[in-house]
Design a protein around this ligand. Structure first.
Ligand SMILES: [Zn+2]
Length: 137
């Protein structure tokens, strides 16, 4: 018979639930991580995409929590920048189909004259580009 020390044969101690079990004896971090795991496992959908907004001082993009942490430490805080175009807003689109629909809606709102002018300018630029690069192989 091989020589087995008493430590090796001993099974790990299992904790069984009894009515005398005190939930307060479980550390908070264990309870919170288990609760978070259960909430995550119930979610069928992925979490919503992060909404990025521009810092008013340095114009970099941040999520809400990052923005809250960034604002007091922003290096440009004392020297705010003006956005290049005040009427523009920055939006992040992750779905290419959504981008196509936005583009379609934008051009549907324009008048036929504006659309013709835009088409004309694009054609003009395309021919200019073609002429400039005619001899480039
Ligand atoms: Zn900033």
């Amino acid at each position: 018979m091989p020589n087995i020390s008493p430590k090796q044969t001993k099974k790990p101690e299992q904790v069984k639930w009894t009515s005398a079990f005190d939930i307060a004896s479980v550390p908070d971090d264990v309870l919170l991580s288990e609760s978070a795991r259960r909430v995550r496992s119930r979610n069928k959908r992925a979490p919503r995409p992060k909404v990025l907004r521009q810092c008013q001082y340095c114009l970099k993009l941040f999520g809400t929590r990052e923005m809250r942490a960034h604002i007091p430490r922003c290096p440009n805080r004392g020297n705010p920048l003006e956005p290049a175009r005040k009427d523009w807003t920055v939006q992040k689109v992750t779905d290419p189909d959504e981008q196509d629909m936005r583009t379609y809606r934008y051009w549907q709102k324009r008048t036929p004259g504006e659309r013709i002018v835009a088409t004309w300018e694009l054609s003009k630029e395309a021919y200019a580009f073609h002429e400039a690069n005619k001899n480039v192989i």
